[in-house]
Design a protein around this ligand. Structure first.
Ligand SMILES: Nc1nc2c(c(=O)[nH]1)N=C([C@H](O)[C@@H](O)CO)CN2
Length: 127
C-alpha cells in the first residue's frame, strides 16, 4: 500500500472546554496519511483513479469549520469516519493539534490510526 498525505492543514474553528474557547475561533492543524493503491492513477495519469487530496481537504475544511466540539477526541474520530466512509480509505493515520493551546508547549493534540491494520503501509510514521 502507498500513502496519500496532507500535512499541516490549518483550519479555524470553535474547539475547547473553557468558556473563552466557546467564543473565539482557534486554529487546529491536521496531518493525514491515507492508505491508497496509486498504481492505476500512475498508469493512466487520470485523476479519476487517484485518491484526490484536494477533495479530501475541502471536505475536512467544510466539516471542521462548521463544527463546535469540546474535545479534540470527538473531532478527530469524526474526521476519521468521514474520510474512511466517503473516500473509501481502508486505513488512515491522523494527527490533530492545537498550536498554542498550552502556553508552555508548541502544540498539543492526538494521533490516531483507524481501519484495517493489514493495509497499514510499511515505514509509516514520518509525520
Ligand atoms: N485530552 C484532551 N485534553 C484536553 C482537551 C482535549 O480536547 N482533549 N482540551 C483542553 C482545553 O480545551 C485546552 O485545549 C485549552 O487550552 C484541555 N485538555
Amino acid at each position: 500500500m502507498d500513502v496519500v498525505y496532507i500535512r499541516d492543514l490549518r483550519i479555524d474553528t470553535i474547539i475547547g472546554i473553557y468558556d473563552w474557547e466557546r467564543e473565539v475561533r482557534q486554529t487546529v492543524s491536521l496531518d493525514v496519511e491515507m492508505a491508497a493503491d496509486i498504481s492505476k492513477a500512475a498508469e493512466t495519469d487520470d485523476i479519476q483513479y487517484a485518491l484526490n487530496y484536494k477533495s479530501v481537504a475541502k471536505r475536512i475544511i467544510a466539516f471542521v469549520e462548521g463544527s463546535e466540539f469540546q474535545l479534540v477526541e470527538t473531532m478527530i474520530e469524526q474526521i476519521a469516519t468521514i474520510i474512511r466512509e466517503e473516500f473509501d480509505v481502508p486505513w488512515l493515520r491522523l494527527r490533530l493539534s492545537k498550536p498554542g493551546a498550552l502556553r508552555q508547549s508548541k502544540d498539543v493534540g492526538l494521533v490516531i490510526e483507524r481501519g484495517d491494520m493489514a493495509m497499514r503501509p510499511a515505514g509509516v510514521g514520518a509525520i
